[in-house]
Design a protein around this ligand. Structure first.
Ligand SMILES: [Zn+2]
Length: 495
């Protein structure tokens, strides 16, 4: 303690007492961030230059050599600041400052998604170079810039000598992008924080994240009889994307009549549907609009457009016609689950969303894969799973429900809680933005990996979101501003 005070008085002499009447206060934290402006920029550049896309696991490098290199570099930076560091077998690492029984955590990640084709970038994706007062490269926004901004926030608290009652950890995850076991490894080895934030999303603060359930509805189907039969239905490309295209092959004695019906249906509904006739075979193609399944209401579901048309045909009764009826009745073009659940599940934390994203039907089986997200205030078991199973039961349609791995429960903090109020207040103080409200998102952030944690920055409302995109870059002023916000936030949570 004595040494620290000696250093601290020395620092005051160097910087000049003009800056501080007496001792630094929390209001002086921005000064300490400004003092490290060049260092924060350089550290971000250095870390961006490590192309830490998750790769093949190696000895002591479960997320691959490049990610291990990024983790080593980040921890070396922390040691250079005088912080202690721990590397948990390459899965995850952290730095810790302060004393106290409890700790608050900042959880970010060092892995990045692929840069895609480097030729698509204005500047090379791992250059970390500065152009137009911005640092360019993969990871500048997601999430190397933000986690370093938080680290320099902690350094500012240390440099200012502000007393804290709790310890602070900055935790460097390595497997966020591919949702690997980095944080579960941490949870198995370490005590848990009492509170914290992840700088891996948006300002002002994300107080609500939806729960996620993905499931298949599948079953075997008997033969179709008569002069009209569906040979196959395929569509969709991923479980998290509203399908852009779906195709059905229909066998009909009067194929031209089916093609004409398709044209009429397309005109009446304004769905983009087309039919190609080849003898007794009609191939019907549906084009939709693909968007992320976290907001299916802004897309157009090609699969459900196609099923709507097939359902409008005079199909002879069969297992498949019953399945199509079920899908059209309880999913249809709806995205809010109204028909399935008997009511719209809307709470303060948002509205339920549901999207049929994949389909495979052939002459003996049918399978649909659904992405469902539900807001805080809704119970996944009693309000989602049980009603769904009951619906399948009562209709006797013969589809089995099977859930995918990785279901999650919603995250929700009332905006009135002191935790959210504190983070909002700091954001407002530093930005002057008092209109943007706490955010509710359909996606799942790193905040769900540790208790009592929310996503807090680092993307500002007026900043272009370039996560996972070509030409990812961060404006240096935004980076510095986020560091000032993080310094104060860490201080307020740990004081
Ligand atoms: Zn991220």
């Amino acid at each position: 303690m004595h040494n620290k005070h000696a250093c601290y008085f020395f620092l005051i002499l160097i910087l000049g007492t003009a800056f501080f009447g007496c001792c630094p206060t929390p209001d002086d934290l921005p000064f300490f961030i400004e003092k490290d402006r060049a260092a924060l920029v350089a550290a971000t550049q250095d870390l961006v230059r490590v192309p830490s896309v998750q790769g093949e696991a190696a000895d002591g490098a479960p997320a691959g050599d490049e990610v291990a290199q990024a983790l080593d570099a980040a921890l070396a930076l922390c040691e250079g600041m005088g912080f202690k560091t721990i590397n948990l077998d390459g899965y995850i690492g952290y730095t810790e400052y302060g004393t106290g029984a409890d700790y608050v955590a900042v959880l970010g990640h060092l892995d990045v998604v692929s840069a895609g084709n480097p030729d698509d970038w204005t500047y090379p994706p791992f250059s970390g170079d500065i152009h137009d007062n911005a640092i360019w490269g993969r990871g500048t926004q997601d999430d190397k810039g933000p986690i370093l901004a938080a680290l320099y926030g902690l350094k500012a608290i240390k440099d200012a000598g502000l007393p804290l009652s709790k310890r602070v950890r900055v935790i460097f995850g390595t497997m966020e992008e591919e949702t690997g076991p980095d944080v579960s490894y941490y949870r198995s080895k370490e005590e848990l924080p009492i509170q914290g934030f992840t700088p891996d999303a948006y300002f002002p603060v994300v107080n609500a994240e939806k729960g996620l359930i993905r499931f298949d509805l599948s079953g075997t189907i008997g033969p179709q009889t008569g002069d009209l039969a569906i040979t196959s239905i395929t569509g969709g490309s991923a479980i998290n994307a509203v399908p852009a295209e779906a195709v059905a092959v229909v066998h009909a004695s009067d194929a031209n009549a089916i093609a004409a019906a398709c044209a009429n249906f397309a005109q009446a509904t304004e769905y983009e549907l087309s039919a190609a006739v080849d003898g007794n075979t009609v191939t019907i193609t549906s084009h939709g609009l693909s968007v992320h399944s976290m907001r299916p209401e802004s897309g157009k579901n090609a699969i459900m457009q196609l099923l709507a048309f097939l359902g409008s045909l005079d199909l002879p009764p069969s297992d498949l016609s019953a399945v199509l009826d079920f899908m059209n009745t309880y999913f249809g073009m709806e995205t809010n689950g109204d028909s399935m659940f008997g009511q719209v599940y809307t709470t303060d934390a948002g509205t339920l969303s549901m999207s049929v994203d994949l389909v495979t039907v052939n002459e003996t089986s049918a399978k649909f894969s659904v992405d469902l997200r539900f807001p805080g205030g809704i119970d996944g078991d009693t309000q989602i799973r049980q009603p769904l199973l009951a619906r399948l039961d009562e209709t006797g349609v013969g589809l089995a429900y099977e859930e995918w791995e990785g279901a999650s429960t919603p995250l929700y903090f009332d905006p009135a809680t002191p935790f959210i109020q504190t983070l909002m207040g700091i954001y407002q103080q530093f930005t002057g933005d008092i209109t943007t409200q706490p955010l509710s998102i359909g996606g799942k952030s790193y905040a769900q990996e540790l208790p009592n944690m929310v996503a807090y920055g680092a993307l500002f409302p007026d900043e272009a979101e370039l996560f996972h995109q070509v030409d990812e870059h961060v404006d240096i002023e935004d980076l510095i501003l986020s560091a000032k916000i993080y310094a104060r936030a860490i201080y307020e949570l740990a004081k």
